[in-house]
Design a binder for this molecule. Structure first.
Ligand code: BGC
Length: 827
């Protein structure tokens, strides 16, 4: 694989790598996405064409290990890709059977275009060059298109082209789920549409989402339409057109397939079939669609790009990560009821469910596309009644959001989990990760801080914060011997620990991360009532029946929650952590090599990871990731703990040495917490996090879907941790700490509706807000405060520090802004 700032390029066809390529070459528009599977293929063990609709879920029931299990899946929709050809009497294009003379696959990240170029030779020695280009339209969210150009290099005769829409698909993208029911689609209709198009209609068999896909296939020679002999061979659940026409030696033909995909969830339509038919008839040709598609992407890059100077590999990976985020959620998502699935719309891992990963995703969106983050928060808001129901059912008050969320916001986590190493189904207790609700509260708060959107806070945000705070107040119980409140029976972000080795029932007590977050939420809920408009405050107090007693209780608990510590002053992951055994990490590394999924290794050995001081991912360290040391000292101080930031380095080292990074999120967090103290190590972890998917460092998981939390997390790491961008105490702070490997960054950040332009280089740092500034009037650089206002560029000289560059302590140079194009949020 090579790259050049905007391109992922793969040379050669490698069946073993095909799944990863398909996931990484997925094209989407925040409404639907399709994996980068070759057009001529079907699901066959090497290829897995998958198309997924945002929030397009369906439920099925399976009898498994003696239990009745209902699983909700993000449905694999009818495959619109099939497009293939053959030379007269030969076999259909098939890379596994034909001689492949050359093969290149290229993802153009700037344009959102997937291209393949190949030369193949069939069994009769006929050589054909093939170029295909594909897009999923970023503006016309219901349209997608393929253009395939064939050149008969050394032959002439008839060529046949086969174009199809295949509704006979199931969810079979993840090996581990094969025992679960996976048949989600009922075929309804297949027919011709006029001269050159076909239609397929299907419906999900439980959620009753109706899907209509219409496809138009035309052939051109030198830009003019070609007369073809067309045959329809439709079957139940599959529409097929076969087109035949002559081709001369050395001649080229271009086949265009334009597809419209509508569902009964769409707005501004009567019903999906009519809408798809009309759209496919009206659609422009490929060139026209590509032009408008590229314009839509340009608008996104103008707002969302981060330019990395002189480090092409980091540049292309960051852009790839932004690209996949914006293909999963985009301005098209803003009007939908959509959350952000942990694995994108790129595969079937985790069945398209929505976890706490938003915590890693929203900061980038808040800073570039706040209307998208608002839409994702509204996905949660609409599920507040269900979160209230979940809390009630568990015997609590307020709102308890599910660990895994899907269509309705009920808990979608599985109850049994298959360990592929041992083949055993074991209980899955991951739904005890109550901290997901705190993450939602933090996302609400950060959105408000980044946007100053009072309407959102008044109408939606405050209610969510209050209900989540209520939940924490109701799960906290007074522990007399401790003289503090505690929270029992939970799991922290580290999924390796779900129970004590000495206790039968699952759950841990006083997970430090959970308790500190709960204290934080309780304080914010009290504050938010003072922030909303006075009438809204009265309404909320009446509607939610919030009295003085309750507020006093929030205050009391927020100051008296228990946080466990080890003897050396390090925050303990949970009560009793100290009693766990140390693992012989070297021995396990030597025996197994890759020990990221130590939980599975130990279970297969008949042991349990619960017995050891071994974490899958950052848990305590999440606190240093989310809060600055000052914020944390203040927060722990309010809980009457004397927390000194001096213990932070020892805490980081302690847990880093005991973490397997079994989640891709882990490296992002560790890189962040080391950014200031050990730039070299931090860079290494960022580098590994950047490579997570593109190099499939988990050995097989990327093919099942990208890791969107880690992708967005790396971008946010560069955006905030490397620049040291922080809004605190009425000041915009900039404390850049670029590692030696990064020579410079250029980006724009939206704050309270104004764009802040930032260039962090080795020799100079410049900051400006050329088109207005509604944020703080002071900027802090290396502990010194300077006035900051719109229309001026402030330039700070830099000097070499131990392991990187830093701004000099001097007065900035001030010039007036001229250049730069102004852009607003897209919605
Ligand atoms: C991680 C979770 C994460 C989930 C979805 C798991 O492996 O442990 O923290 O939310 O993947 O990305």
């Amino acid at each position: 694989m090579s790259d050049s700032g905007w391109k992922l390029v793969y040379e050669g066809f490698d069946p073993a790598q095909e799944g990863v390529r398909e996931a990484l070459c997925t094209l989407g528009n925040g409404y639907f996405a399709t994996r980068g599977a070759a057009e001529e293929t079907e699901a066959d063990g090497v290829h897995y064409p998958g198309t997924y609709l945002t929030c397009g879920y369906n439920r099925r029931v399976t009898e498994l290990a003696g239990r009745r299990i209902e699983n909700e899946d993000l449905v694999n929709l009818p495959n619109w890709l099939p497009l293939s050809f053959r030379a007269q009497g030969g076999e259909w294009l098939n890379l596994s059977r034909m001689e492949v003379l050359s093969y290149t696959q290229e993802l153009d990240i700037r344009l959102g275009l997937l291209q393949r170029r190949m030369r193949v030779r069939d069994e009769l020695g006929r050589e054909t060059s093939v170029t295909s280009r594909r897009l999923v339209h970023m503006r016309h969210q219901n349209l997608a298109a393929i253009e395939m150009t064939l050149t008969a290099e050394n032959w002439s005769g008839a060529v046949e082209v086969r174009s199809a829409i295949n509704g006979r698909v199931i969810n079979a993208g993840v090996e581990r789920y094969r025992q679960l029911s996976s048949n989600h689609l009922a075929p309804l209709e297949v027919c011709d549409l006029g001269e050159d198009a076909m239609l397929l209609v299907a419906e999900t068999n439980q959620s009753h989402i109706r899907i209509a896909e219409a496809g138009r296939t035309r052939v051109f020679r030198d830009g003019s339409p070609v007369e073809v002999a067309r045959e329809s061979a439709h079957e139940k659940g599959r529409a097929t057109h076969t087109l035949a026409c002559p081709i001369g030696r050395g001649q080229s033909l271009t086949v265009e397939k334009i597809v419209a995909l509508y569902t009964s969830r769409d707005r501004a339509i009567s019903e999906p079939t009519e809408a798809a038919v009309q759209a496919v008839v009206m659609a422009e040709d490929f060139a026209g669609l590509l032009a408008s598609h590229a314009l839509a992407w340009k608008a996104l890059w103008d707002r969302g790009d981060i330019v990395v100077e002189r480090h092409p590999r980091t540049q292309v990976l960051l852009r790839l990560h932004i690209f996949h985020l914006l293909q999963t959620v985009s301005p098209n998502t803003v009007d939908l009821d959509a959350g952000v699935p942990a694995r994108g719309l790129h595969g079937e891992a985790y069945r398209g469910h929505i976890f706490w990963d938003e915590l890693f995703i929203l900061p980038y969106l808040d800073a570039h596309f706040p209307s998208i983050s608002r839409a994702l928060l509204l996905y949660r808001y609409r599920r507040l009644p269900e979160a209230r129901r979940l809390a009630r059912e568990a015997g609590h008050e307020g709102a308890m959001f599910p660990w895994q969320s899907g269509s309705s916001g009920r808990e979608e986590s599985q109850v049994l989990h298959l360990n592929p190493r041992s083949g055993r189904w074991t209980p899955d207790n991951s739904n005890r990760q109550r901290h997901v609700s705190a993450a939602i509260a933090l996302n609400v708060w950060r959105h408000w801080q980044a946007t100053g959107d009072r309407t959102f806070l008044d109408r939606h945000g405050a209610e969510m914060l209050i209900e989540i705070a209520r939940f924490w107040a109701s799960v906290a119980t007074w522990d007399e011997p401790l003289g503090r409140y505690g929270i029992a029976g939970v799991m922290g972000p580290d999924e390796f620990h779900d129970a004590y080795p000495w206790r039968d029932e699952p759950g841990l007590d006083n997970n430090a991360y959970t308790n500190v977050m709960a204290a934080w939420v309780l304080r914010r809920a009290a504050e938010v009532l003072d922030l909303v408009q006075p009438e809204r405050r009265r309404e909320l107090e009446r509607m939610l029946e919030i009295g003085d007693d309750e507020r006093a209780r929030w205050d009391e608990i927020s100051r008296r929650l228990h946080v466990p510590f080890l003897d050396n002053g390090i925050i303990a992951q949970f009560d009793g952590y100290d009693e766990l055994a140390e693992l012989d990490w070297d021995a396990y590394r030597e025996k197994y090599g890759d020990i990221q999924r130590l939980d599975r290794i130990l279970e297969a050995e008949g042991d349990s990871v619960n017995r050891y001081k071994a974490s899958k991912q950052a848990d305590v360290l999440m606190l240093f990731y989310l809060f600055s040391s000052d914020e944390l000292r203040e927060l722990l101080g309010s809980l009457s703990y004397d927390f000194s930031p001096e213990v932070i380095p020892a805490t980081v080292d302690y847990y880093l040495a005991r973490t397997s990074h079994g989640s891709t999120l882990s490296r992002v967090v560790h890189s962040w917490v080391l950014a200031r103290r050990n730039r070299a190590r931090s860079w290494q972890l960022l580098h590994d996090a950047l490579e997570s998917d593109v190099s499939d460092i988990q050995g097989g998981t990327t093919a099942e879907g990208i890791h969107l939390g880690a992708m967005a997390g790396t971008v946010d790491l560069v955006q905030r941790a490397q620049t040291g961008l922080e809004l605190r105490d009425g000041v915009l702070w900039l404390t850049p700490c670029l590692p030696n490997e990064l020579q410079g960054l250029r980006l724009k950040i939206l704050h309270h509706g104004s764009w802040l332009h930032l260039h962090v280089g080795c020799e100079e740092i410049t900051v400006s807000a050329p088109y207005g500034w509604a944020g703080f009037e002071r900027i802090g650089v290396r502990d010194q405060l300077h006035q900051f206002r719109a229309g001026e560029t402030l330039s700070f000289g830099c000097e070499r520090a131990e392991d990187g560059w830093r701004p000099k302590k001097e007065e900035p140079r001030r010039t007036s802004d001229a250049e730069n194009d102004a852009v607003g949020d897209l919605r």
